[in-house]
Ligand binder design. Sequence first.
Ligand SMILES: [Zn+2]
Length: 1107
Amino acid sequence: MGGETTDKIVRQSSIPRYSAGPVGQQIHSIYKGRLGQFTSGGQYQAQNLPGYMYEGRATGEDHVKLSVYSPPDLSRPLFEEATSHKFEKTQVGAWFGPSWSTHWLKVELRVPSDLQNKEHLELHWDAGNEGLIWTTDGEPIQGLTGGDRIEWVIPKTFRDGNFHTIYIEMACNAMFGNPTGGDIIQPPDMNRYFQLHTADIVAVNLEARALRIDFWIIGGTRPHGIRFKAFANTFDIDAAREFSDNDWQSHEALQIENAIMDEFIAGKGSKEAIVRCREIARKYCGNVDTADIYNNGKDFIVYAVGNCHIDTCWLWPWAETKRKVARSWSNQCDLIDRYPEHRFVASQAQQFKWLEQIYPKLFDRVKTKVKQGTFQPIGGSWVEHDTNMPSGESLVRQFLYGQRFFESHFGERSRTFWLPDTFGYSSQLPQLCRLAGMSRFFTQKLSWNNINNFPHTTFNWVSLDGSQVICHMAPSNTYTADAHFGDVKRSVTQHKSMDQDATSLLMFGKGDGGGGPTWEQIEKLRRCRGISDNKGLLPRAKMGVSVEDFFDQLEKKVVEGTKLVTWYGELYFELHRGTYTTQANNKWNNRKSEVMLHDVEYLATLATLKDRSYRYPKKDIDDMWENVLLCQFHDCLPGSCIEMCYDDSDELYKKVFETGDKCIEDALKTLGFSRNELSKGSLTAINTTAWQRNELVKLPKTIASQSSEYALVKGDPGLASVEIMTNSNANAKSAVSIKEIKKGVFQMTNNQYKIEVEGGSITSLIDLAEQREIVPKGVKANQLVVFDDKPLYWQAWDVEVYHLNSRQELPGGTTEISEQGPHRVSLVTETKISEESWIKTTISLAASVEDQPSYIEMYSEVEWHEKWTFLKVEFPVDIVNTEASYETQYGIIRRPTHYNTSWDMAKFEVCCHKWADLSENGYGVSILNDSKYGFATCGNMMRLSLLRSPKAPDAHADMGRHHIRYAILPHAGALDSRTVRTAYNFNHPLKILSSPSASIPSTTADLLSCITLGGSKALILDCIKRGEDDEDVSRGELAKRKGRSIIVRIYESLGGRARGTLKCTLGAKKVWKCNLLEDDLEEVRIEEGEVKVELRAFEVQTFRLQL
Ligand SMILES: [Zn+2]
């Protein structure tokens, strides 16, 4: 400034003064595109990493000698049997089949001298199908899946120049069965053959393999050979660059990747160059060669836990599932040995039971790992069941049998109910979970909703009675995550509850067809963690933690004050709405076996009290329940399995009905009754429901005559009287009549209704006492309609909203009077559906009996051979309400009758149990059924879904003959116990018996009514059984309990506080309120054999009466 000439400081820059030459801005698209070359196939494969993965390979019969035994008739013999047969020489290139056949391969391995000193040897085995490796001692050690999991690590002991033998049990199906044309839901190709194309001893360059995964995760590119997920809606095709270009982390990753490639090229892919490449990778993702990566104590929010969803039956039968369990779980035991951070959860007590029975050595191996805490049983239920359709008692038994299995085999019950894949969740599950020792619930299925996006990830889910569980839905929206970078990232980007808590579960592993995590997935997660620690941005994931750890910290937060958002009522699944109807026969079997088991347990309990020499048939009861519970698996009962599975379930149900029948017969005999030798002089009946009944019952053929076809059965719970009704003792006041009032128009009347029927449809239904027409003018009730039923993809699963556009009425054929007695009248109408299909519907009206509600009953016989057609029956009713009511387990669920919002509209088809109801102030109409679950109420139109006809995955689903009963029950006043009890009665028909002794002793009569429930009519006594652990009942799986006890389960059915009296005339010493698992919770006071009960709205209570 002033021009002073003081000493100058000369700053020398270290930057060269002259440019060394031009440097260009990197063109990202090209440098990113280049990355694909490094790990993929194609024209430079040999020069890139794939060309350096293996250091040697031996094949051919000098090294891999093969022989085979192919069991006949698609049988699946076990090791001992199979290996006792003669094995025939075979070779690589041979074909094995047909679909579902089994081939036992004897594999003799001799490691050539040039491979004996290599670091790591594997057998690579790929026949495109599934396999299980066995030792010569008959121990199953690892599963194989063609294409996905083809490596087995060859033990060091094999490197002695001699032949060593293993066996491979080859199953001719892929992970997803044998779908025709590769579309997984198409019915199986029954004649598929698989070629054994690889059976090699391979020396693996472990550093090259590790570099491949480094490169994959840093670059976010998908290396060659990695398969897409099976399902279109979980596609993740674009894995390139999950970080955005706005993040510096993305730019650095690109530079690291290119540097790795440059180093590899410079070193010509040598071992040393590969080591140097990995050093470069470490700058980005740290040292990932050990599980220590997880042990730096840093906070993490993603709990990564392995699992493999094994559908208990689906695109394969149970027999194959048993092997899938062995294949999958042996893999996981092996991985747990190799990766100390690996934790694996497995659900479904049934699968553990199969493992114990068929693969005891493997079961022991699993058990050891359960003790160590690395293999973690979870779920608390017998199978991962459907929750829409099983009865309340079935849901209880899923937990009772599940938890008892886990407790008796592993010393612990599950605290988490685990249903990742089930199609919607009943509103009473939180209550039942809490009563079965579980306060946590995991799923993700609602991410498949096809209309509305479910708004929460972690929340409190609240039952009809107010009980709650913490529910978590994995934000990665899958239970079969590939453990890729994107899955970890989505654990935050798709997390909807971060205001309360940012933690989440990442459930990874191959699934649906089993399998579980692969070593590759575990390696990938190490790298993801390294990137989170070193570069940030990616949420920090941790392995070595459990699902219970995740929920423990959540529960702790809640206890400390975090308020999770709440969701009241059902978790309705906005997809798979066809599963309430598909495979009608299977659903019929489910309902009938539930009803039968109610009677078996009730009668057997009484029989044990009558006669000490009678043994409670606990094994039979367990077998029946376990089979019924198995058939409630979330593809079986919903109807989404292949045909083979329904052949299996038909057989199982047949066994259940045979066993149940015998149990009932034995118990009745002990009680002094018979069902088979009926004689007119000694007719009686047992009312197994808990309230007074008074009904006309059709006499069994052996004792019916023209003049007496019906009996009036009348009685309180227990013994009921049977009065044979003859034409002459018809009560004029309650008589029923029928006449043709003009051609083709019939009128039926009893003292409650006047009905007009034309062409099989009800054109008028008048409630005489109320002077009220129920069918609106110009429309018809009991109208059969068909809809075109072609969902977007999932045929057996889905019915789409647009099916409603194609409604077509089926015109009724001629109607005839088929019954015209004083006690009951009937009309039968045949309706043609097509050239092949027809329906014969009988509409009946019985004389009304005293104060009992009278209903109009329909019985349909259907011959069904349609394609993509949905059959329903309609009941337009003159009732106004924006909500309809449906029976659900232990309660009522209300759903909209309108389409105001997309949430309302999404429920265009819903699940109901024994009844649905539309009521307004003062009047209502209930529709009862004996085996149906699908229903819809739109405005004043009530529709019961009868039959569907999807062609995949079962090409013959629902084809053939069906028998369906349903009824219209109009009622003055609100929806109340009349509907609940009449529907219960409709499903539990009274049966006429004989008492061989001349008169029934009063002790028997007293015994039959020894347990009763009085008080509010909203209370339902739903189950009477013996205590699981009573010393005369127990099968010893858990500690026995002294003495004899009776379990009584009651619930409040209408949605309000209810009081009542549980009366026991047996002199119970003590009465305990207990949970579903029959743990005593609190002793309750008995006064003169009576216990006062009080229940909240829709509450379930269980009592144990200690005799
Ligand atoms: Zn599933």
